[in-house]
Write a protein that binds this ligand. Structure first.
Ligand code: NI
Length: 174
């Protein structure tokens, strides 16, 4: 397992739409392991493949409470098939937008169809933090960031700040 460098805002890679995974083979399982290791190292509770520069529809997460046993989850080609009318608000952050947090409103409960790391079709009903985290990560697969759900004024401020920081690092800015 390898810890991979994270792609940081405003890198245009984060805006790519990821493509479905056709075959779940050893390479894909290795990618899942690398993503989990990178997520735990950060530390974070969710990570999409695009955040390490791989435009494939896979995400990993672990929303277990601190001190409890680790519960790593792998979602391949996840698809939201139902969303509740009821909505909830969580303060979200993102490993690709370090040290920035904002409240985001999303459906409180969702049903997600996906493949697990063995290629078996699964369906889960999620609420609470798991529902929020899944929606945040599935957004990444579509090139959407949590700052797209906040006001334009706040979003522009964050993008400006990170663009400036990227220039100082000598990175390519958009
Ligand atoms: Ni994120």
């Amino acid at each position: 397992m390898t810890i991979k460098p994270l792609i940081i805002l405003p890198d245009p890679v984060l805006r790519q739409v990821s493509t479905p995974i056709e075959t779940i083979d050893a390479d894909i399982r290795r990618l899942a392991d690398d993503m989990l290791e990178t997520m735990y190292d950060a530390p974070g509770i969710g990570l999409a493949a695009i955040q390490i520069g791989v435009a494939k529809r896979m995400l990993v997460l672990d929303v277990s409470k601190e001190g409890d046993d680790k519960t790593p989850l792998v979602f391949i080609n996840p698809e939201i098939v139902a969303s509740s009318d009821e909505r909830s608000i969580y303060e979200e952050g993102c490993l690709s937008i370090p040290d920035y947090y904002a409240e985001v409103e999303r459906p409180a409960a969702i049903t997600v169809k996906h493949l697990d790391r063995d290629g078996k079709e699964q369906m889960i009903e999620a609420d609470g933090l798991l529902a929020t985290c899944l929606q945040h990560e599935i957004d990444h697969l579509n090139g959407v960031l949590f700052i797209d759900h906040i006001s334009k004024l706040k979003r522009d401020m964050v993008i400006r700040k990170f663009t400036k920081a990227a220039k100082t690092r000598g990175a390519k800015a958009i």
